[in-house]
Design a binder for this molecule. Sequence first.
Ligand code: FPP
Length: 260
Amino acid sequence: MLKKIFGRDDFPVPDRSSPLFRNINWERLPKHVAVIMDGNGRWATQQGMLRTAGHSTGVSALKNILKTASGMKLNALTVYAFSTENWKRPHTEVDFLMKLFSESLMRELEEMHEYKVQIHFIGRIEGLPKSLQKEMRAAEKLMENNTGVKFNVAVNYGGQDELLRVMQNFAQKAKNGELNPEDINESMIEDALDTCGNYPVDLVIRTSGDQRLSNFLLWQSAYAELWFTDTNWPDFTPEEFVEAIEDFGKRERRFGGLNK
Ligand code: FPP
Protein backbone atom coordinates (compact mmCIF):
# COMPACT_ATOMS: atom_id res chain seq x y z
CA MET A 1 0.00 0.00 0.00
CA LEU A 2 2.72 2.45 1.03
CA LYS A 3 4.69 1.54 -2.09
CA LYS A 4 1.70 2.54 -4.15
CA ILE A 5 1.30 5.88 -2.44
CA PHE A 6 4.93 6.83 -2.15
CA GLY A 7 6.45 5.01 -5.12
CA ARG A 8 7.70 6.72 -8.24
CA ASP A 9 4.39 8.45 -8.92
CA ASP A 10 3.82 12.00 -7.87
CA PHE A 11 2.68 12.40 -4.27
CA PRO A 12 2.15 15.35 -1.94
CA VAL A 13 4.84 16.25 0.59
CA PRO A 14 4.10 13.97 3.57
CA ASP A 15 4.05 15.52 7.05
CA ARG A 16 5.58 14.02 10.16
CA SER A 17 2.35 12.22 11.06
CA SER A 18 2.49 10.26 7.79
CA PRO A 19 2.50 6.43 8.11
CA LEU A 20 5.68 6.52 6.05
CA PHE A 21 7.47 7.96 9.08
CA ARG A 22 5.85 5.78 11.74
CA ASN A 23 9.10 4.06 12.82
CA ILE A 24 11.38 7.09 12.79
CA ASN A 25 13.01 8.05 16.07
CA TRP A 26 12.62 11.83 15.84
CA GLU A 27 15.13 12.36 18.67
CA ARG A 28 17.80 10.81 16.47
CA LEU A 29 16.99 12.27 13.11
CA PRO A 30 20.16 13.04 11.14
CA LYS A 31 20.58 16.75 10.42
CA HIS A 32 22.45 16.37 7.17
CA VAL A 33 22.07 13.46 4.75
CA ALA A 34 24.25 13.11 1.64
CA VAL A 35 23.29 10.86 -1.24
CA ILE A 36 25.41 9.30 -3.99
CA MET A 37 22.78 8.60 -6.63
CA ASP A 38 24.50 5.73 -8.44
CA GLY A 39 23.24 3.14 -10.92
CA ASN A 40 21.24 5.17 -13.44
CA GLY A 41 23.18 3.68 -16.36
CA ARG A 42 22.92 0.12 -15.05
CA TRP A 43 19.21 0.51 -14.42
CA ALA A 44 18.62 1.69 -17.99
CA THR A 45 20.79 -1.05 -19.52
CA GLN A 46 18.87 -3.67 -17.53
CA GLN A 47 15.62 -2.32 -19.00
CA GLY A 48 17.06 -2.36 -22.52
CA MET A 49 17.08 1.44 -22.64
CA LEU A 50 19.73 4.07 -23.30
CA ARG A 51 21.77 5.16 -20.27
CA THR A 52 20.25 8.62 -20.58
CA ALA A 53 16.79 7.18 -19.80
CA GLY A 54 18.24 6.13 -16.45
CA HIS A 55 19.23 9.72 -15.70
CA SER A 56 15.76 11.01 -16.63
CA THR A 57 14.08 8.47 -14.37
CA GLY A 58 16.66 9.34 -11.71
CA VAL A 59 15.24 12.87 -11.59
CA SER A 60 11.82 11.48 -10.59
CA ALA A 61 13.43 9.41 -7.85
CA LEU A 62 15.26 12.49 -6.63
CA LYS A 63 12.08 14.54 -6.58
CA ASN A 64 10.40 11.96 -4.34
CA ILE A 65 13.37 11.82 -1.97
CA LEU A 66 13.48 15.61 -1.73
CA LYS A 67 9.77 15.70 -0.84
CA THR A 68 10.31 12.99 1.75
CA ALA A 69 13.30 14.85 3.26
CA SER A 70 11.23 17.99 3.29
CA GLY A 71 8.26 16.28 4.94
CA MET A 72 10.38 14.78 7.71
CA LYS A 73 11.95 18.22 8.24
CA LEU A 74 15.49 17.16 7.58
CA ASN A 75 17.82 20.12 7.91
CA ALA A 76 19.90 19.37 4.81
CA LEU A 77 20.02 16.99 1.86
CA THR A 78 23.08 17.06 -0.40
CA VAL A 79 23.10 15.04 -3.62
CA TYR A 80 25.91 14.16 -6.01
CA ALA A 81 24.64 15.01 -9.49
CA PHE A 82 27.88 15.40 -11.47
CA SER A 83 31.46 14.91 -10.31
CA THR A 84 34.65 16.56 -11.52
CA GLU A 85 35.46 13.10 -12.95
CA ASN A 86 32.19 12.75 -14.88
CA TRP A 87 33.61 14.89 -17.75
CA LYS A 88 35.37 11.69 -18.85
CA ARG A 89 32.03 10.31 -20.05
CA PRO A 90 31.03 10.46 -23.74
CA HIS A 91 30.15 13.96 -24.96
CA THR A 92 26.59 12.95 -25.72
CA GLU A 93 25.97 11.80 -22.14
CA VAL A 94 27.57 14.92 -20.64
CA ASP A 95 25.48 17.17 -22.92
CA PHE A 96 22.37 15.24 -22.03
CA LEU A 97 23.05 15.65 -18.31
CA MET A 98 23.63 19.41 -18.61
CA LYS A 99 20.32 19.77 -20.47
CA LEU A 100 18.59 17.53 -17.94
CA PHE A 101 19.83 19.69 -15.04
CA SER A 102 18.56 22.80 -16.75
CA GLU A 103 15.17 21.36 -17.78
CA SER A 104 14.52 19.70 -14.42
CA LEU A 105 15.44 22.85 -12.53
CA MET A 106 13.14 25.01 -14.66
CA ARG A 107 10.30 22.50 -14.40
CA GLU A 108 10.53 21.92 -10.64
CA LEU A 109 11.50 25.40 -9.51
CA GLU A 110 8.06 26.72 -8.54
CA GLU A 111 7.01 23.56 -6.73
CA MET A 112 10.25 23.40 -4.73
CA HIS A 113 9.78 27.05 -3.84
CA GLU A 114 6.21 26.31 -2.69
CA TYR A 115 7.42 23.77 -0.18
CA LYS A 116 10.11 26.18 0.96
CA VAL A 117 13.22 24.35 -0.26
CA GLN A 118 16.46 26.36 -0.08
CA ILE A 119 18.40 25.22 -3.14
CA HIS A 120 22.14 25.69 -3.35
CA PHE A 121 24.62 24.45 -5.94
CA ILE A 122 28.07 23.33 -4.86
CA GLY A 123 31.17 22.59 -6.90
CA ARG A 124 33.05 24.47 -9.63
CA ILE A 125 29.94 26.14 -10.98
CA GLU A 126 32.04 28.44 -13.19
CA GLY A 127 33.04 25.37 -15.25
CA LEU A 128 29.43 24.72 -16.34
CA PRO A 129 27.62 26.10 -19.41
CA LYS A 130 26.91 29.82 -18.93
CA SER A 131 23.12 29.51 -19.37
CA LEU A 132 22.98 26.77 -16.72
CA GLN A 133 25.05 28.90 -14.33
CA LYS A 134 22.53 31.72 -14.74
CA GLU A 135 19.58 29.42 -14.07
CA MET A 136 21.28 28.01 -10.98
CA ARG A 137 22.05 31.44 -9.54
CA ALA A 138 18.48 32.62 -10.25
CA ALA A 139 17.06 29.54 -8.50
CA GLU A 140 19.30 30.14 -5.47
CA LYS A 141 18.18 33.75 -5.33
CA LEU A 142 14.51 32.86 -5.62
CA MET A 143 14.74 30.46 -2.68
CA GLU A 144 17.33 32.23 -0.52
CA ASN A 145 14.86 33.27 2.19
CA ASN A 146 13.07 29.93 2.36
CA THR A 147 13.05 28.08 5.64
CA GLY A 148 12.62 24.44 4.54
CA VAL A 149 15.17 21.74 3.78
CA LYS A 150 18.56 22.93 2.52
CA PHE A 151 18.93 21.15 -0.80
CA ASN A 152 22.53 21.17 -1.98
CA VAL A 153 23.14 19.88 -5.47
CA ALA A 154 26.76 19.00 -6.23
CA VAL A 155 27.53 19.67 -9.90
CA ASN A 156 31.09 19.63 -11.23
CA TYR A 157 31.98 18.81 -7.64
CA GLY A 158 34.93 16.88 -6.21
CA GLY A 159 35.85 16.73 -2.53
CA GLN A 160 39.56 17.01 -3.30
CA ASP A 161 38.94 19.88 -5.70
CA GLU A 162 36.92 21.69 -3.02
CA LEU A 163 39.77 21.31 -0.49
CA LEU A 164 42.28 22.45 -3.10
CA ARG A 165 40.24 25.62 -3.66
CA VAL A 166 40.17 26.27 0.10
CA MET A 167 43.96 25.81 0.32
CA GLN A 168 44.58 28.11 -2.64
CA ASN A 169 42.33 30.74 -1.10
CA PHE A 170 44.15 30.55 2.27
CA ALA A 171 47.58 30.52 0.64
CA GLN A 172 46.66 33.64 -1.36
CA LYS A 173 45.48 35.43 1.80
CA ALA A 174 48.65 34.43 3.64
CA LYS A 175 50.74 35.73 0.74
CA ASN A 176 48.84 39.04 0.86
CA GLY A 177 49.53 39.28 4.58
CA GLU A 178 45.82 38.94 5.42
CA LEU A 179 46.13 35.57 7.15
CA ASN A 180 48.58 34.08 9.59
CA PRO A 181 48.94 30.32 8.81
CA GLU A 182 49.00 29.53 12.53
CA ASP A 183 45.54 31.04 12.91
CA ILE A 184 43.93 28.57 10.50
CA ASN A 185 41.53 26.34 12.40
CA GLU A 186 38.84 23.79 11.59
CA SER A 187 35.98 26.22 11.79
CA MET A 188 37.70 28.56 9.28
CA ILE A 189 38.08 25.63 6.91
CA GLU A 190 34.39 24.75 7.32
CA ASP A 191 33.42 28.34 6.56
CA ALA A 192 35.50 28.26 3.38
CA LEU A 193 33.93 25.03 2.06
CA ASP A 194 31.11 25.04 -0.51
CA THR A 195 28.82 23.66 2.21
CA CYS A 196 29.43 26.61 4.55
CA GLY A 197 26.44 27.05 6.86
CA ASN A 198 25.52 23.35 6.83
CA TYR A 199 25.94 20.86 9.64
CA PRO A 200 28.55 18.14 9.08
CA VAL A 201 27.19 15.13 7.18
CA ASP A 202 25.58 12.60 9.56
CA LEU A 203 24.65 9.97 7.03
CA VAL A 204 25.88 9.07 3.54
CA ILE A 205 23.60 6.89 1.43
CA ARG A 206 24.94 5.24 -1.73
CA THR A 207 22.79 3.25 -4.11
CA SER A 208 23.67 0.54 -6.62
CA GLY A 209 26.00 -1.73 -4.67
CA ASP A 210 29.38 0.01 -4.69
CA GLN A 211 30.73 0.89 -1.26
CA ARG A 212 32.94 3.93 -1.62
CA LEU A 213 32.79 7.72 -1.26
CA SER A 214 34.02 8.56 -4.77
CA ASN A 215 35.43 11.94 -3.77
CA PHE A 216 32.14 13.18 -2.26
CA LEU A 217 32.15 15.58 0.74
CA LEU A 218 35.44 14.24 2.09
CA TRP A 219 35.88 16.79 4.87
CA GLN A 220 32.19 16.99 5.74
CA SER A 221 31.75 13.20 6.04
CA ALA A 222 34.60 12.68 8.51
CA TYR A 223 32.24 11.12 11.09
CA ALA A 224 29.32 10.21 8.85
CA GLU A 225 27.54 6.90 9.13
CA LEU A 226 27.51 5.02 5.83
CA TRP A 227 24.49 3.20 4.39
CA PHE A 228 24.63 1.16 1.19
CA THR A 229 21.96 -0.52 -0.89
CA ASP A 230 22.01 -2.61 -4.06
CA THR A 231 19.00 -0.73 -5.41
CA ASN A 232 19.78 1.35 -8.49
CA TRP A 233 19.00 5.04 -8.05
CA PRO A 234 15.92 5.16 -10.36
CA ASP A 235 14.31 2.44 -8.20
CA PHE A 236 15.21 4.08 -4.89
CA THR A 237 11.96 4.89 -3.08
CA PRO A 238 10.96 7.08 -0.12
CA GLU A 239 10.45 3.82 1.83
CA GLU A 240 14.08 2.84 1.35
CA PHE A 241 15.22 6.35 2.21
CA VAL A 242 13.20 6.14 5.43
CA GLU A 243 14.74 2.71 6.11
CA ALA A 244 18.20 4.31 6.01
CA ILE A 245 17.03 7.07 8.37
CA GLU A 246 15.56 4.49 10.77
CA ASP A 247 18.79 2.53 10.68
CA PHE A 248 20.76 5.70 11.44
CA GLY A 249 18.57 6.16 14.54
CA LYS A 250 19.86 2.84 15.90
CA ARG A 251 23.57 3.48 15.35
CA GLU A 252 25.91 4.24 18.20
CA ARG A 253 28.02 7.30 17.40
CA ARG A 254 31.09 7.93 19.51
CA PHE A 255 33.03 10.48 17.43
CA GLY A 256 36.27 8.89 18.60
CA GLY A 257 35.26 9.08 22.27
CA LEU A 258 33.77 6.53 24.63
CA ASN A 259 30.15 5.70 25.32
CA LYS A 260 28.50 7.72 28.05
C1 FPP B 1 25.28 8.04 -11.51
O1 FPP B 1 24.78 6.94 -12.24
C2 FPP B 1 24.43 9.20 -11.75
C3 FPP B 1 24.85 10.36 -12.32
C4 FPP B 1 26.22 10.61 -12.78
C5 FPP B 1 23.91 11.46 -12.57
C6 FPP B 1 22.94 11.68 -11.48
C7 FPP B 1 21.97 12.67 -11.90
C8 FPP B 1 20.65 12.63 -11.66
C9 FPP B 1 19.95 11.57 -10.89
C10 FPP B 1 19.82 13.73 -12.14
C11 FPP B 1 19.83 14.81 -11.10
C12 FPP B 1 19.08 15.97 -11.58
C13 FPP B 1 19.07 17.17 -10.99
C14 FPP B 1 18.18 18.21 -11.51
C15 FPP B 1 19.92 17.50 -9.83
P1 FPP B 1 25.72 6.29 -13.34
O2 FPP B 1 25.42 6.91 -14.64
O3 FPP B 1 27.14 6.41 -12.89
O4 FPP B 1 25.22 4.82 -13.30
P2 FPP B 1 26.11 3.53 -13.60
O5 FPP B 1 27.14 3.46 -12.51
O6 FPP B 1 25.12 2.44 -13.54
O7 FPP B 1 26.73 3.72 -14.95
